[in-house]
Design a binder for this molecule. Structure first.
Ligand code: MG
Length: 159
């Protein structure tokens, strides 16, 4: 069976006056992520991992920051488009794993909901979507709660 692997990384700044959305789940917090679309940093890293697995570039290529059609888009809709692209090339998601690096808030209560939302969009089982969370031990910009970063990998299988 042919396999392809890709990795993705993203980081967004935490600011006041924005919702905090991770994996399509809105998490109660006094700040949210700033940036392109809804700034769902988890979904962005996963899309980059899926695209990377096929050497198709990154999400900036398909959803440029200045594109008015992207605007404040729901990143899960963008993920659905990346899924279609990958499937159109003859590949399917075998599994995804990810690590959210955030000092605050505590994400553990929301992990299962994120896995379910992402799995639903990708039409795979929640046990094919790993989402883990860790702090940065108070080190660096993430440790100072200036932003949230995510690392993701995606394994694709030939359809
Ligand atoms: Mg991003």
């Amino acid at each position: 069976m042919a396999l392809r692997i890709g990795n993705g990384y993203d980081i967004h700044r935490l600011v006041a006056g924005r919702p905090l959305i991770l994996g399509g789940v809105t998490i109660p917090y006094d700040r949210g992520l700033d940036g392109h679309s809804d700034a769902d940093v988890l979904t962005h890293a996963i899309m980059d991992a899926m695209l990377g697995a096929l050497s198709l570039g990154d999400i900036g290529l398909y959803f440029p920051p200045g594109d008015p059609h992207v605007g404040r888009a729901d990143s899960l809709k963008l993920l659905a488009q990346v899924k279609e692209l990958v499937e159109g090339k003859g590949w399917a998601v075998g599994n995804i794993d990810s690590v959210i690096v955030a000092e605050q808030p505590k994400l553990k209560p929301h992990i299962q909901a994120m896995r379910s939302r992402l799995a639903e969009v990708l039409a795979i089982a929640p046990d094919q979507v790993g989402v883990k969370a860790t702090t940065n031990e108070a080190l660096g910009p993430v440790g100072r709660q200036e932003g949230i970063a995510v690392y993701a990998v995606a394994l694709l299988t030939e359809r």
